[in-house]
Design a protein. Structure first.
Length: 295
């Protein structure tokens, strides 16, 4: 926070009117109204006061935009307080405000991966950060950390709810489930064998894949599979689907998913003048495999 105080020397702790505070649309919590307010109240009652001030940005109309401390603010509001101590900043850009929110993430109690994901997506969608790389750099984490959170938003709603409620939060398994979804959607698209797929067809495929995904997820939960067991289980299903969508015989292997042919021939070991001929044979092999599959 010191960098921000140096940037805006007028920033200081003040007692401000609670009724002049507006919530922040970038609030990362799903429902801060119900987020351990009772626990916070007990802590405050035992101390006798709020230990840390909330953080706000003073707007041109004289009101304040809340940056950090929504639970503390709501507790004071529920307690009938008229004012609350706040660290007030002025003349901040949206990016400045996002940087303050991000810097406070590690100190927040109970922020879930999906709450992070919603916050990250909104900052990128609103072009506050250009992409995941810029956001990751500011957050001081790897690109994978950001993309892994964003991937949660691609999962079926039922899984997202479980993540929100902290029923299931293993990021690696959730990433593997997302990988399954992407692969299976690709397989189903290839089955249609069409250059252009309509929106209704896309929605139908997504619904089908999500049903399969939820069945897999329920088994992982019911059997209480650990991370390795869950990932191995998903890999088995992915491998099975790949085999079911491949054509294999003595000539070689053709994958419908990738459109690639695999044969017992290393063309890199051939003389240069023979490579082109080998590639022609591979193309012909693909046609043989396809024709044999139809007969």
């Amino acid at each position: 926070m010191n960098n921000y105080e140096k940037k805006t020397p007028s920033s200081k702790k003040e007692q401000i009117d609670i009724n002049l505070i507006d919530t922040n649309s970038y609030q990362p919590r799903f429902n801060p109204k119900d987020s351990n307010l009772d626990k916070l109240k007990k802590n405050i009652d035992s101390i006798g006061f709020i230990f840390e001030p909330i953080i706000v940005h003073q707007k041109e109309n004289g009101r304040y935009e809340l940056i950090d401390g929504e639970r503390r603010w709501r507790n004071s509001e529920n307690s009938g307080d008229k004012t609350i101590e706040a660290l007030v900043y002025k003349n901040l850009t949206k990016k400045d405000i996002m940087n303050i929110i991000i810097s406070s993430f590690n100190q927040k109690e109970g922020i879930t991966p999906i709450e992070e994901a919603i916050f990250y997506k909104k900052t990128i969608d609103d072009r506050i950060y250009r992409n995941e790389t810029e956001l990751a750099k500011k957050q001081g984490v790897s690109n994978k950390y950001i993309t892994s959170r964003l991937a949660i938003l691609n999962l079926p709603y039922e899984i997202q709810v479980d993540v929100k409620e902290k029923i299931y939060t293993n990021i690696e398994v959730l990433l593997k489930i997302n990988s399954f979804i992407n692969k299976y959607i690709k397989i189903e698209n290839l089955k249609l064998n069409k250059k252009e797929i309509t929106k209704d067809e896309k929605d139908s495929i997504k619904e089908l894949v999500f049903k399969k995904t939820l069945k897999i997820y329920q088994i992982i939960k019911e059997k209480k599979l650990n991370q390795k067991e869950a990932i191995d289980y998903i890999n088995q299903i992915i491998n099975k689907e790949n085999k079911n969508n491949s054509i294999k015989n003595k000539w070689g292997l053709y994958s419908e998913e990738t459109g690639k042919v695999k044969v017992n021939l290393d063309i890199n070991k051939l003389p240069k003048n023979k490579k082109n001929q080998a590639l022609k044979h591979i193309k012909a092999l693909k046609e043989i495999l396809l024709s044999e599959n139809k007969t």
